[in-house]
Design a protein around this ligand. Structure first.
Ligand SMILES: Cc1ncc(COP(=O)(O)O)c(C=O)c1O
Length: 407
């Protein structure tokens, strides 16, 4: 056997973010509608907690800590999950991880045997697919509509299915799934003996009338519900790598094996920061999230103006949550990946190809992906004139590419 990576890695989805990052680096002056981050940093309490931590005598920060996280942060997470999310934690174990992706990865390792299936409503979050594949499982994308239809998810269940994943508010569509729908999916999982993995990285990012409600609120749901949260988005702490999760207690022994191996413990200093952030005034978070809303309005107004001008573009669904929208563009005669590349190299604006979220998967609805390009637009990092400039570059790129495709 020649030296090289394992063959099973070949079938793991390619990560898209490094591809966009490389295009942007090659094209100075690019404005990014690609990044899944917010423009703000942590609340002021975090800097104070860091100074206090570093000034403390002793070596607590230098030693390995508990696999599950430090008691102070676990307690802050528990309070937040009870007070803000209203989770039923009876029968749940809490854990802190180096980012929510780490929690998903550990869960995938803990629940997948070779060939185990995990159902992911389309569009999916690419790292979920990759984690399932890396764990030896099979990611089963299901076209169940922007607000996943439990009937269509149920039809995809087989004897090998282990879990159904939901992401609400959604990356990449921005959809906030109505509480009744998440409850119905949660019940379906309970009835069919499946885990419901509820990724709530964007739980506080709600801009429309539909509220976000954690499916783990339902009484008795803790036995089969895995609720995942992140400090990356709400607290602007993506680089600190902190997430927290509520998981069924029965998974604890398996998770202990995985987490002890892959992270030993989350970084001690970052956990001090996380505890300070979670104790920050909820009004601070609400004020940050409110700052995104003009950006969302700019996106909606831009799409309406493009449509009025005759550009064949539309939003795939109402972008009422997170800080994303999915743009469907007809008639360019390009793949979404090619469009992503041309927009950066020729128009200095970056957005993420819909392929990364499953739009060119063979199960994509009604062959739409073959005729259309799909792009994820993030308004998390840009605001005001810069966002207008980025949207104007995008529109100009689409006009030019359309003209070329008609020639
Ligand atoms: C749905 C979803 N889950 C998880 C993550 C990753 O979160 P973290 O930075 O906590 O690993 C992201 C990041 O974009 C996301 O969109």
């Amino acid at each position: 056997m020649p030296l090289g990576p394992a063959r099973r890695i070949e079938s793991v989805l390619e990560p898209v973010i490094p591809v966009v990052g490389d295009l942007v680096r090659r094209t100075p002056g690019t404005l990014s509608l690609a990044q899944g981050m917010v423009g703000w940093g942590p609340p002021p309490e975090v800097a104070a907690a860091m100074q206090a931590a570093l000034g403390q005598p002793g070596r607590a920060l230098d030693r390995y800590g508990s696999t599950w996280g430090e008691p102070e942060l676990l307690e802050a997470a528990r309070r937040k999950l009870l007070a803000i999310n209203g989770l039923d934690l009876e029968g749940s174990a809490l854990l802190i991880t180096t980012g929510s992706n780490m929690a998903f990865q550990a869960i995938a390792q803990a629940i997948c045997d070779p060939g185990s299936e995990v159902i992911l409503p389309l569009p999916y979050y690419f790292n979920h697919v990759m984690a399932v594949q890396l764990a030896g499982g099979v990611a089963v994308p299901v076209a169940a509509g922007p607000i996943p239809d439990p009937g269509r998810l149920a039809a995809a269940i087989t004897p090998r299915t282990r879990a159904i994943v939901t992401v609400s508010p959604n990356n990449p569509s921005g959809v906030v799934m109505p509480p009744e729908r998440l409850t119905a999916i949660n019940r379906l999982c309970a009835e069919r003996g499946l885990f419901h993995i509820s990724d709530e990285a964007y739980d506080v990012f709600v801009h429309g009338a539909v509220p976000h409600r954690s499916p783990g609120c339902a009484s008795g749901s803790a036995a089969h519900t895995i609720s995942l949260f992140s400090l990356s988005k709400a607290f602007g702490m993506a680089g600190w790598r902190l997430g927290y999760a509520a998981v069924p207690e029965l998974l604890q022994p398996a998770l202990a094996k995985v987490l002890d191996t892959v992270q030993i413990c989350p970084p001690a200093l970052c956990q001090r920061a996380g505890a300070a952030a979670l104790k920050a005034d909820p009004a601070w978070i609400a004020a940050q999230v409110a700052r995104l809303r003009p950006g969302r309005q700019q996106l909606l107004a831009a799409v309406a103006a493009w449509q009025a001008e005759g550009l064949p573009v539309r939003l795939w669904a109402e972008p009422d949550g997170a800080f994303y929208g999915l743009l469907v563009i007809e008639g360019l005669g390009l793949s979404s990946d090619a469009l992503m590349e041309r927009l950066v190299l020729e128009h200095r604006v970056a957005a993420v190809s819909g392929r990364a979220f499953g739009f060119e998967h063979q199960d994509a609805p009604s062959g739409e992906a073959r005729r259309c390009c799909v792009l994820r637009i993030s308004y998390g990092m840009l605001a005001g004139p810069e966002l207008s400039d980025a949207l104007a570059r995008l529109a100009e790129g689409l006009r030019r590419l359309r003209q070329r495709s008609e020639q």
